[in-house]
Design a protein around this ligand. Structure first.
Ligand code: IFM
Length: 447
């Protein structure tokens, strides 16, 4: 079986990573604008402004998508561009920006796929405790309702949250905004962001949209034991899975945290405060699942072995940057959702991409990112296999359209199909952009 004719091929970005214009037209600051100013927080000391300045280049960037045969564009709204204080006062100019962009997407026949929250919490809300404050569920709900009222059915695909784990990282591990290192905070914000997701789903249903669907985007980095027969490695990998993606999938699809995670949180004094009824809201039925997938993770209880013999033991393929090339990760993730969680809703692969491969602009203007092509093609082959197994996957989005601002990686990690010169804002298609364009044309011709 081939990709269905309705299968959507897209590209993904997020507001904080591409828009720039952080202080323009009434926008309020986000936690990433302030976090990026902390010395040492960002690998190259860059700020999320101007990055690719899409706030001013949106029209030509959409034109570029059209030229590349892109069928759907996944973007996120900047909460603080729309509500500069995170709540209350509405910034009409912010709403206008997204209206113009969505209209243009429709004009070009590109399907909008919008994420309500992709990590850029308004700074004013962080000053009130941010994701630690249970009131955030209502702040988020009001913001989501405003978006549904303003944009409604003009956006057929809505996601409540992108990768809730990023909020955990920001409060428990310190290298994402707002920069706390506290496991108890991390577990609490995890609970609140899941609860906000449930609130978003409820608000969406109340908005009564006819032609739109709502889901959530979670990244699955499945952990494998380095030595499959070693019990310690197995236990480690299993526990890591419980603490990461399963800590979202279990509440969303089963309405509970797993016993293993509850035990861990109890033992480590980081049990979040929850209230009766939270899980009912978190597990409200969604219309689709957004799967972000980049790789697997391999765990070993013996750190020396992991450090020195991982490659040899795995015997797999490796990319130039030293990470493993394991495109089957997406097939495994689709099977986890289908076999274990018994998903009866469609899956969209909402992100997949590669940062650190050849980026050099040659004298003739070409950029031969052969490794990116190999990587993307490998994942698409495994997606096709999962579809052949009967798993309902409806779309695939490359992360990312443009080289952009990779959070604490700054501008060092370039994920784009299209190279961006951050000084001149010049866009140059890499070989992978041309490959993707041709791939889409070829698939659509045959379907
Ligand atoms: O850039 C990020 C994106 O914001 C969320 N998913 C992973 C990408 C690459 O790290």
């Amino acid at each position: 079986m081939k990709f269905d004719k309705n299968f959507l091929f897209g590209v993904a970005t997020s507001a904080a990573q591409v828009e720039g214009a952080a202080l323009e037209d009434g926008r309020g600051l986000s936690i990433w604008d302030t976090f990026a100013r902390i010395p040492g927080a960002i690998a190259d000391g860059s700020l999320p402004d101007p990055t690719c300045d899409m706030y001013h280049h949106w029209k030509s960037d959409i034109q570029l998508m059209k030229e590349l045969n892109i069928e759907s564009y996944r973007f996120s709204f900047s909460w603080s561009r729309i509500l500069p204080d995170g709540k209350g006062r509405i910034n009409e100019k912010g709403l206008d920006y997204y209206k113009r962009m969505i209209d243009e997407l429709h004009k070009q026949g590109i399907v909008p796929n919008a994420t309500i929250y992709h990590w850029d919490l308004p700074y004013e809300l962080e000053r009130e405790g941010g994701w630690l404050n249970r009131d955030i569920v209502n702040w988020y709900g009001e913001y989501a309702s405003l978006l549904f009222k303003e944009f409604g059915d003009s956006v057929p695909i809505w996601a409540t949250i992108n990768e809730p784990v990023a909020t955990y990282v920001g409060y428990a591990m310190g290298f994402f905004a707002p920069g706390y290192k506290n496991e108890k905070y991390g577990r609490q914000v995890n609970h609140h962001i899941l609860f906000a997701h449930g609130e978003g789903v409820q608000r969406f249903r109340e908005a009564g949209l006819k032609d739109a669907k709502i889901g959530i985007v979670v990244d699955i980095w499945n952990h494998h034991p380095l030595r499959p027969d070693n019990e310690e490695d197995q236990r480690l990998a299993e526990m890591e899975n419980e603490k990461t993606y399963r800590s979202y999938l279990n509440p969303i699809f089963r309405g509970c945290y797993s016993d293993k995670l509850l035990h861990y949180m109890e033992e480590n004094h980081c049990m979040p405060q929850m209230e009766p009824g939270d899980m009912e809201k978190i597990s409200r039925k969604i219309d689709f699942f957004g799967l972000n997938c980049y790789n697997r993770v391999v765990d070993c209880a013996d750190p020396d072995l992991l450090q020195n013999r991982k490659r040899e033991i795995l015997g797999g393929n490796y990319l130039d940057d030293g990470t493993e090339f394991y495109p089957k990760a997406v097939y495994d993730a689709a099977h986890i959702l289908h076999d274990e969680y018994k998903l009866d809703i469609p899956i969209y692969v909402t992100e997949n991409g590669l940062a650190n491969c050849k980026q050099q602009v040659e004298e003739d203007g070409s950029i031969h990112d052969t490794e990116r092509i190999q990587y993307l093609n490998g994942f698409l082959e495994w997606i096709e296999k999962a579809i052949n197994d009967g798993i309902d996957i409806r779309g695939y989005y490359v992360w990312s359209l443009l080289d952009n601002w990779e959070w604490c990686g700054g501008h060092k990690a370039r994920y784009g199909l299209v190279h961006v010169d951050f000084d001149t804002q010049q866009r140059t298609c890499k070989d992978s952009a041309v490959w993707y364009k041709n791939k889409i044309a070829e698939v659509k011709k045959d379907s």
